[in-house]
Every structure is written in C-alpha cells, then in structure tokens.
Design a protein around this ligand. Structure first.
Ligand code: NAP
Length: 548
C-alpha cells in the first residue's frame, strides 16, 4: 500500500525542509508509523524555494550539516565555506536518499486544516487534494521564513515584464544579460541578489526604504585537504557550536566592553570584519546587543567601513542605517554588495524621498520619476515564524483556532507545546531555541527532544499530552522578559514580528517569538524538563481501557 492510500498515522509531520527531513528520520528509526506532508513539489523547504542568484548560507557550511550520521559527515564534501542554494539542496537530497526517507514523504500535499478531535483524541487533517488524514500526533516543521510577503502597490498586476518574489524565483534559468532590472527591498535577500547580479544585468535600480547594516561574507572554496581537516575536527566544531549562544562556531568575546580600551576594541573590529562569517556580529562584545554605547561604537565602526567601500559619499550616507544600530537585526552577509553601488549601471533610489506610486505596464513610477524595467524583483521579506501556522486552519480543544490564540503573538511552552492543542509538537516552533540560531543546530535539539518525548510517552502508555496553561504562561513571560534587555526590541525586523505588508504586524506591537537565551541555556532547560518527567505537560491516556 502506498503512503497515499493510508489514512491514519501515528504521527504526521508537516513540512519536508531541514527540520522535517531529520524528524522523519528519527520517527522511522523509532518505528513510528509516520508520513511527511509537503506542499512543494519536492523536499528542501528554504533550499527548494529560494533559487535567486546569490542565495547561500550565512552559516559556515560545515556547521550547517546534520550531526546525527558519522557516515554523512565523512562522505559529504562542502565545496565552499558558505555553500550556495543548488549545493545545499543537493545535500538535503543526499541525506534523504541515503536513508531512503522519500518513501515517507508526500509532495504537492498542502495541509489546509488540522482540527483536534477530542472524542477520538486525534488530529483530522484536510489536504488540498480532498483527502482527510488522521493522526495521533501532529508535528509541525513549517520553517521560519516560508511565507513570502509582497508589498501592496497599485498596478502590480499590470506589469508586462516578469516579476516575482525572491522566494518564487523561477526554477528555470533567467538570462539577465542586458536586462533592465528593478529590485524592491534591501534586506539580507536583496543584499545577496544585488551583489551577485550587478555585473550581469544591463541596468539595476534598487528601491530602498530602510538601509540594513551588513558585513562581508568572505566566502572561499574548500579544497579536499581543508575538507579532510574539517572532518577530523567535526567533534570540536560542533562542541563549539553547542557552547555558543547562536549555535555557530563564533563565540562572544569574553572581555567586558568597558574593561577594554577603544584601541583594543577597534583592533577586534578590524580583525573580525576581515574574517569570514558572522564573527563581526557574534564573536564581538556581548554588550553590543544590550548596551546603547557599545552598540553606537560598533555602528560607528561599520559606518566607517561603508564610507571606505562606497565611492560616492551621498550614496554611502544613504546606505548607513540611522534608525537602528548594528546587529539588532539579523546581519546580512554580503559579497560585493557595497561595491555594486560603485558601478555605473547600479542606482540607489531612496523611496522615503520619492515613494513608489504605481507599478506600470512597463516598470514603475515614483513621485519623482518613471522607470522602465524588463524584470521587477520583490525582495520584500516574509511573514516570519507564525505566518506558516496562520496559513493552516489549526483548531484545538473546543474548536479554538491557533490563529485567534496567537492573534497578538504566540504563547507556547518551551516553543514546543501549546495549551489547548493536545498532541501538537513543534520541534522548531515560535519561542523555541531554533528561531535565533544556526538553524540545523537548533532543530536537531528540538527534533531530538520531541522524539525522545514521544518515545517516553509510548513506552509509558500515554497517548494524550498537553502543556498546562500555567507552564505556557511561565514560558511566554520568560521569553517576553528577555526582550527587555535586548536592543533588538527597538528594531523593525522579523525578530520582533515586524512586517509592513501583514496587517497587525506593524512596529511597536512586538510579537515575542524569538527565544533570546541562547542555545546552551535552552538545551539545559529542556533537558531539565525531560529529567523531571516532563513537568508542565499533562500526560494521560485518553483511549478507553482495553477489554478485560
Ligand atoms: P527582510 O529582511 O524582511 O527584508 C525585506 C526588505 O524589503 C526590507 O528592506 C524591507 O524594508 C523591504 N520591504 C518590505 N516591504 C516593503 C514595501 N512594501 N515597500 C518597500 N520596501 C519593502 O527579508 P529578507 O531580506 O528576505 O530576509 C529575511 C531573513 O531571511 C533574514 O533576516 C535572514 O534571517 C534570512 N536570510 C538568510 C540568508 C542567508 O544568508 N542564509 C539570506 C537571505 C535571507 P524595511 O526594512 O523598511 O521594512
């Protein structure tokens, strides 16, 4: 019988991205009858969808891979320090095929609704193909940034050229030679695209609402020799990731900001800026995240680097953020981004000075000028973290919708449970340790914990689990409190749930969905909860006792 003919499972996983692939591996090993439902045509999640030029890791490749299989670590050769989308998708396919995981996956399967049936103690799922599936445990691995958001600009349907969100970049190659291209947005995605295509297009106009701090990626090839060395150090590398707050190999500088001289600090900034990856952000002084003076200093330093790299002083000033400091939003890592603005074919338009009025048949019109384009790229971000949950009609006990419960922001227990929604497990949910970390490091912790939890309840004869309201309130208050020490609370970014294209997600209404305590603290906490016999989770057996 094929998976498509089975209508009841012990567990259904929604989403076959980085987290879903590992989750199904663990469930299969445990002998749980399970399937993964994936809306896309194939596995890969983020790395299946984001095919825009320049899409690549901002994590060191060798810290991004799964750690669960020594064989995979031995066999896979990361070709670049920050590997690109095609290679990342190949990696996920390599892992899935190696463990024959496709047999558990159903593609083009969008879950439209998931309702908890109290009488039967199971979840009823409605799929876009008309099927109804049931399961005892529903496991969501929906991705953090899987719902792209478009701006609402008059005339968007009138454009006669090609236009798309970066997430929906066409799968077939697009010839950009001699094309006139407009791009809206200057977040991490746009910064990768712009650096990559500036010298390949005819003409590129960037429409910037707010500049974003960024830092150089310093990518490089990884030779066979270097890969052999990395393989020999994997244990050490992953141990460093586990020690660091962000799950990266970059660990914060332990000297206090105020215990060092300005010269010493500047020397550190110089060193980190010229090194690969997130060091300038995460191996810096911890105070840059919490202290206005420390943050002002690193911002001044990075502004100086922008002025050095961008030749036109007016353009350089436009590229320096004024409304937030360095590092309080996730830092985009770039290759040739700032240098792109030194090219004659690249133009920066500040849409605060000249707002976009209309997309026209041939391009767009601002209050100051009319532009003609062959292609318009919307690099306008995502309905982050809770967006993917909002897109499924999820109902718990008494028909309460998750959308209503989370209307003003999520509330969870450990980022993994929601009270009123029994048998729903979120290995990488809002307020879990995954959102603010090197994602695979975060999800491995979440998936391992959820799977161990399932093993525990199976072997102890429970079949209904639900977080208590008190535990949920305690956790949500804890997550909320941590924001009060972080400068990120002042920034307009997806870390605070800001998205001008989603009603209700304006600035000032913080949605507390990122756990800011760091990986070691999160892991210690969830391990303590497990050791306590899952304190905060009501475990019971809802099924009628078997006949005597
Ligand atoms: P983003 O950071 O939210 O940036 C969206 C951009 O679009 C911002 O510049 C925003 O301006 C602009 N924008 C949105 N709506 C607009 C509108 N209606 N009119 C004009 N401009 C508008 O999204 P993203 O760049 O896709 O990045 C999101 C996250 O994805 C990153 O923070 C990162 O975590 C992840 N990412 C990772 C990598 C990687 O290297 N692995 C690469 C790309 C992305 P405002 O700032 O003014 O809102």
């Amino acid at each position: 019988m094929s998976r498509a003919d089975i209508s009841h499972y012990e567990a259904i996983v929604i989403g076959a991205g980085v987290a879903g692939i590992y989750q199904i591996k663990r469930l299969a090993d445990l002998g749980v009858q399970a399937t993964v439902l994936e809306a896309d045509g194939d596995l890969g999640g983020t790395w299946y969808n984001n095919r825009y030029p320049g899409a690549r890791f901002d994590s060191e490749s060798y810290t991004y891979g799964y750690t669960f299989s020594k064989e995979v670590l031995e066999e896979w050769h990361w070709k670049e320090a920050f590997s690109s989308q095609p290679e990342n998708l190949r990696y996920l396919n390599f892992v899935a095929d190696k463990f024959d995981l496709r047999q558990y996956m159903q593609f083009n399967c969008r879950v439209e609704a998931a309702h908890y049936d109290e009488d039967e103690n199971l979840w009823r799922l409605h799929i876009n193909d008309g099927r109804e599936l049931t399961c005892r445990f529903l496991i969501t691995t929906l991705g953090l940034l899987s719902i792209p958001t478009l701006p609402k600009i008059a005339g968007m349907d009138d454009f006669k050229g090609r236009s798309f969100h970066t997430f929906d970049w066409p799968h077939e190659a697009i010839d950009l030679t001699d094309k006139k291209v407009g791009i809206i947005g200057t977040g991490a995605t746009a910064i990768q695209v712009i650096g990559e295509i500036a010298d390949k297009v005819g003409d590129l106009t960037v429409f910037q609402r707010r500049p974003n701090w960024c830092a150089p990626l310093h990518n490089r090839k990884i030779s066979e020799k270097e890969m052999a060395d990395i393989r020999s150090r994997y244990e050490e590398i992953f141990a460093a990731c586990n020690r660091s707050p962000g799950g990266f190999e970059h660990e914060p500088d332990r000297r206090g900001f105020n215990e060092t001289s300005r010269e010493e600090r500047w020397a550190l900034y110089d060193k980190l800026y010229d090194e690969p990856g997130f060091g300038i952000w995460l191996a810096n002084f911890r105070e840059i995240f919490t202290d206005d003076d420390a943050n002002a200093e690193i911002s001044e330093y990075i502004a100086g680097r922008i002025r050095q790299r961008v030749k036109d002083p007016v353009t350089a000033e436009k590229l320096i953020p004024k409304d937030h400091g360095f590092g309080v939003q996730r830092v985009p890592l770039e290759t040739n981004y700032l240098e792109a603005y030194n090219r004659d074919n690249v133009h920066l338009v500040d849409i605060n000075e000249a707002p976009i009025e209309q997309i026209t048949a041939n391009g767009l019109r601002t209050t100051a000028e009319t532009y003609e384009f062959d292609i318009i790229i919307y690099a306008t971000g995502f309905d982050a973290i809770t967006g993917a949950y909002d897109h499924i009609d999820i109902r718990g006990v008494g028909g309460e919708t998750l959308g209503d419960k989370w209307h003003d922001g999520p509330s969870t227990y450990l980022g993994m449970f929601v009270s009123g929604f029994p048998n729903l497990l979120m290995p990488s949910g809002p307020q879990s340790g995954s959102a603010s970390t090197n994602y695979p490091r975060g999800i491995e912790n979440g998936v391992n914990w959820c799977t161990d939890f399932l093993e525990y309840i199976r072997s102890n004869g429970y079949d209904r689990v639900e977080a208590t309201t008190a535990a949920e309130e305690r956790w949500t208050a804890h997550v909320t409190r941590m924001y009060s020490t972080m400068l990120m609370r002042k920034a307009k970014s997806w870390f605070t749930g800001y998205n001008s294209n989603v009603p209700g997600h304006e600035q000032g209404k913080i949605r507390y969905f990122v756990y800011n305590g760091g990986t070691p603290k999160y892991v210690a906490t969830i391990n303590d909860v497990a050791a306590s016999g899952y304190e905060g989770v009501q475990l019971s057996n809802a099924a009628p006792p078997p006949p005597a």
